[in-house]
Design a protein around this ligand. Structure first.
Ligand code: ADP
Ligand code: MG
Length: 262
């Protein structure tokens, strides 16, 4: 090709936002030429590359925008360490159909029983399936909402939140809410109702929610929306961290039996 068509082609590919085609067309044209392939096959190979790259870029963007504090997946979750957990339900939810049905997931249990790990793993799986996912700690979300309201940008943030298919609200109940915080959280849950899925993790049994939210009517309304279509996963076992360190102590004791006598 003489220079002019190349320059024009590159200009068009840029204008059409086809960066992979722009980068690869010369190499793929050369290899197709060598293999004596027809024009349609050349175009097919080029388009394929663009599609694959585009999907990969979108997956990276989704993962970044999900804002996971730490990426945890199901491969590193040890179900044997938490025998009370309904593994079958977790495995079913990992397939992500609940998101199409706009259903919620509630993970309830004591500290250290793997609720955040499971919520992250479920959200990560959803992200890989192409869903738009956002992870929030409840306190982080509420603080952010309060801040944006302060500067008159609450509506904008709420609209941003509405672009997601799945929201994780991690650790409800560790910090009691002010009236304003409780109302803002209620608004998130209420706007999500039947429009997107929520995964909520909490150490609170339902009876204790009013105390943390500080308002019985609001709590009732929130629970009503959250639990209308909900999968409840309970983790009643011992704290994984605690068990882990106890195991380590035991192993240490076995190695140095003298240590224990003191
Ligand atoms: P919770 O949110 O219930 O307080 P986390 O999910 O934060 O508990 O778990 C605490 C730590 O222990 C994390 O590092 C988590 O990855 C790990 N953990 C908890 N349960 C398990 C498990 N069953 N298998 C593997 N790691 C676990
Ligand atoms: Mg947690």
């Amino acid at each position: 090709m003489s220079d002019k068509p190349t320059v024009l082609l590159e200009h068009y590919l840029k204008q059409l936002k086809l960066p992979t085609m722009l980068r690869e067309y010369a190499a793929i044209a050369a290899s197709c030429g060598k293999e004596r392939l027809d024009y349609a096959t050349f175009l097919l190979r080029l388009a394929e590359r663009e599609v694959i790259d585009r999907e990969q870029r979108a997956a990276e963007r989704r993962l970044k925008s999900a804002n996971f504090p730490i990426v945890k997946t199901i491969d590193t979750f040890d179900f044997k360490a938490q025998p009370s957990l309904n593994e079958e339900l977790v495995r079913q939810l990992l397939r992500g159909e609940y998101i199409h049905r706009r259903e919620n997931i509630l993970l309830v249990g004591n500290v250290g029983t793997g609720k955040t790990h499971l919520a992250s793993a479920l959200a990560f799986a959803a992200c890989a399936q192409g869903h738009r996912v956002r992870f929030f700690s409840v306190t982080g979300l509420v603080t952010h909402l309060l801040e944006q309201r302060e500067v008159g940008k609450l509506e904008r943030l709420q609209k941003q939140i509405e672009r997601y298919d799945l929201l994780v609200l991690d650790e409800l109940g560790y910090v009691p809410f002010s009236k304003a915080s409780a109302e803002l959280l209620f608004e998130v849950v209420s706007r999500a109702y039947e429009r997107r899925s929520l995964i909520v993790t909490t150490n609170l049994p339902f009876e204790a929610w009013t105390e943390v939210m500080g308002n019985a009517r609001l709590t009732g309304a929130l629970l009503d929306r959250l639990t209308h279509r909900v999968h409840i996963i309970e983790a009643n076992g011992e704290s994984y961290r605690l068990r882990d360190s106890k195991d380590r102590m035991k192993r240490k004791d076995k190695r140095n039996p003298e240590d224990k006598k003191e």
